[in-house]
Design a protein around this ligand. Structure first.
Ligand SMILES: Cc1cc2nc3c(=O)[nH]c(=O)nc-3n(C[C@H](O)[C@H](O)[C@H](O)COP(=O)(O)OP(=O)(O)OC[C@H]3O[C@@H](n4cnc5c(N)ncnc54)[C@H](O)[C@@H]3O)c2cc1C
Length: 239
């Protein structure tokens, strides 16, 4: 897979301890909504020869029609995230890609139920921005789980997308909501899955997020009668 040079444009907070990073889009870089890149950061000048490369995989949040590339991540004190947050605008970086097969199907015949835990929302942002911008006929139900509202990255944008795209239904659920929360409560369980698929004919089920969450959801999907062949998932290995 080719590698590309890029530069950091800016960084902004999109939820508690969660930042989005925008990069310049190199000429010739083409991707499908839902794909990932492998982003390598510059090593510090005092890193030894045996220091592992600062390289992580990220789903692209941006849609193909956008002029820039964007990724989003939970910020922690790991070496990679420290190096990422220390980057100044215009810093030079490299990335490889695009990778990944969890993309928006071209045929819109089957509805899509997108299930995201936390930062697992990232590839769906690209898909939903694309579908809304291009006016595709895909029908979506997004089931999006977080601990608290302030942890839910892109929630305001998702609400705006539901306003712009009548074929998108947002089911946001919180496991530790405060008294002002008016959405769903609790973890994604069989009842939440049944609510998401209600009235849909033969939906695709997409799941993204920490591998543990994807594994834990397996039983709920089976119990809700979803055939295994209809499930497509992408674990954010490393979480
Ligand atoms: C296909 C794919 C798509 C992905 N897309 C995204 C994406 O869009 N956004 C995104 O953020 N990540 C994504 N990831 C995961 C990403 O590549 C990193 O693995 C992840 O962000 C963790 O990086 P880190 O630097 O925080 O932890 P690392 O330093 O890589 O962590 C090593 C291990 O230590 C644990 N750990 C380290 N520090 C802490 C801490 N403070 N608290 C709890 N546990 C800790 C981590 O759970 C991890 O298992 C994706 C991965 C894959 C495979």
């Amino acid at each position: 897979m080719p590698t590309y040079d890029t530069r950091l444009i800016d960084c902004s907070a999109v939820a508690r301890d969660t930042s989005a990073f925008r990069f310049s889009k190199p000429e010739g870089f083409v991707f499908a909504p839902g794909q990932t890149i492998s982003l390598t950061l510059p090593q510090s000048p005092d890193a030894g020869a045996d220091t592992p490369p600062l390289k992580h995989t990220f789903s692209l949040v941006s849609a193909p029609h956008e002029d820039t590339l964007c990724v989003a991540t939970r910020m922690r004190g790991t070496p990679y995230k420290q190096a990422l947050s220390a980057l100044a605008p215009q810093a030079a970086l490299r990335f490889g890609g695009p990778y990944g097969k969890l993309t928006l199907p071209e045929a819109a015949g089957r509805p899509l139920v997108l299930i995201a835990g936390g930062i697992g929302i990232t590839p769906y942002m690209s898909m939903l921005r694309h579908a809304t911008h291009a006016g595709t006929p895909h029908q979506f139900v997004l089931l999006y789980s977080n601990r608290r509202a302030e942890d839910a990255a892109f929630l305001d944008e998702l609400r705006e997308l539901t306003r712009l795209n009548p074929r998108l239904r947002l089911l946001a659920t919180l496991t530790a909501p405060d008294e002002h929360w008016e959405g769903l409560r609790g973890r994604i369980d069989v009842a939440a899955v049944r609510r998401a698929i209600d009235g849909l004919s033969d939906p695709w089920i997409y799941i993204t997020g920490a591998p543990g969450m994807i594994e834990a959801l397996g039983d709920s999907l089976t119990e809700a009668g979803i055939p295994e062949a209809s499930i497509r998932s992408e674990g954010f290995y490393g979480y």
